[in-house]
Design a protein around this ligand. Sequence first.
Ligand code: GTP
Ligand code: SPV
Ligand code: MN
Length: 593
Amino acid sequence: MKHDFARHGHSPCSNPQVRAWVQETAELTQPDRIFWCDGSDAERDALNAEAVRQGTLITLNQDRLPGCYYHRSHPNDVARVEQCTYICSESEVDAGPTNNWAEPKAMRAKLLALAKDSMTGRTMFVVPYLMGPASSPLSKVGFEITDSIYVVLNMRIMARIGKVAGKHLGDSPDFNRGLHCLLDLNPERRFICHFPERNEIISVGSGYGGNALLGKKCLALRIASVLGRKEGWLAEHMLILGVESPTGEKTFVAAAFPSQCGKTNFAMMVPPAGFDGWKVWTVGDDIAWMKPGPDGRLYAINPEAGYFGVAPGTNAKTNPNAMRTIQRDTIFTNVALKPDGTVWWEGHDDPPPAECLDWQGRPWTPNSKEKAAHPNSRFTAPMANNPMLAPEADQPEGVPIDAIIFGGRRPTTVPLVLEAFNWSHGVFLGATMGSETTAASSGTVGQIRRDPMAMLPFCGYNMGRYFRHWLDMRKAIKFPPRVFNVNWFRQDADGQFLWPGFGQNMRVLQWIIARCRGRASAQETPLGWMPLIEDFNLAGLANFPAGNLERLQAINPDEWRREILQQDELFMKLYQFLPKEMIFQRELLVARL
Ligand code: GTP
Ligand code: SPV
Ligand code: MN
């Protein structure tokens, strides 16, 4: 085995535990080469060139999309796989009724057998990475060992890579071990496994997204949620944004929406006409780590450094800042490839190309029956490209959160916006969230399921105890954020969205901020505080039929009867572990209705 330390001046991390683990993993997987990533630009160029040579990446039109590359994943490997994702805690109760559990010893043995000799003839990459800003007390170090050059190139964008991680770690043994092996991409041998007690992740058989970029869902949510419970903080599937008012007042908000339910779009929102002087700054678009600060407020950091965003539907009208962000240094995965070396997807600004290659590399024309881009096709782009990246995004202490928003994709039942009566009620609103399933995870799309706090696929421990942890956090936060519930996706009888969404969500955000600042009145309803119709800012909103706001805010008793029954299904599943407060909140809701 040749250790390729000299190439591009890489030097391996000097941490003895890291070196021992890398050595042990190399002995197991038997790569031809070991490549330690240092995060330099020279390394990026060399890796891109090598990925193009191998056919893993296609170079896009460098005049129009400088630094951009194109990738097609295996057609059977296009989304997260919840049925293959396991929490391998020592005790099954610790994983809880909403996670797949496997006995850790047996699962480890099975995975290590699969990993054995799996890198023969290949390069083993060692990616040191830091989740969170340099020198933040909230940041965490991980090492990902992978045989996928595509994973390395994505991790380079999504996390802070190389020396910064080694420096943060020093000689400490406190780092996450992540082993990723592509194997042969056979779905039968696809396992995404978490060992919370060992701070370890082993992922085999998938090269895509959250299955393979181990810093993201595996570490920053599943493992981090366990650490957060132990250490007194929250790891959440939340975007973080800052709203600046015309007077320069800044308010930070964190929002949990399930996968493909609008986090990236909300985080990068541009206020519409009529909101002169208002600005929305992005801190993060997918994950928030939140901890009470010394001043008694809740502070949040974005552990990531890039966006792994949904391509379809992204255009200059829905998300202009994303369109600017992905003009350079971006990897496009499973979108359509145009003959001029640029990219396209359903919902792009450009009309459908007369001809192109679809996400599987097959010729596509506007007459084709199938979509040109996969519904879960994505861009991987550095957050530094975002023209509205919050200046606070790198602040080690994070940003103070004044509002927490929960929202799902609900065609009926759930109003556009309401505010919780208090923290416990807010936790209840999050805990009972439902949402339609989307293409972000393999399986049926469009089915409503309970997705508490948008964390159903990402909570690394028992969901009942997770609710308890949320309730307990109240005691540690002197000035708790207010909690809100939103739904951008309510439809009329013809299946049309009642709310225009995207930039117009600024109107909802404006009410939320006014509530946080004690400036907006509200009416009490069975579900929570709601804006007074006459107070809600609809000024200048064109083509918004009279009565639509009433329809968006309507509480339909029949729908709510069904909703409570569906909430009960989750509560029954968790019953043994469910905090009593959740039962009280349910009773109060029933009584109010
Ligand atoms: P993940 O990266 O999977 O976690 O998704 P996300 O939560 O970041 O969702 P994203 O912002 O990428 O949006 C997902 C889909 O919802 C896209 O197709 C968007 O066009 C659409 N979408 C986002 N915001 C809105 C909205 O306000 N209204 C409507 N109707 N659609 C929206
Ligand atoms: C999600 O599914 O919530 C994502 C995409 O953000 S992935 O990284 O694949 O999990
Ligand atoms: Mn996500």
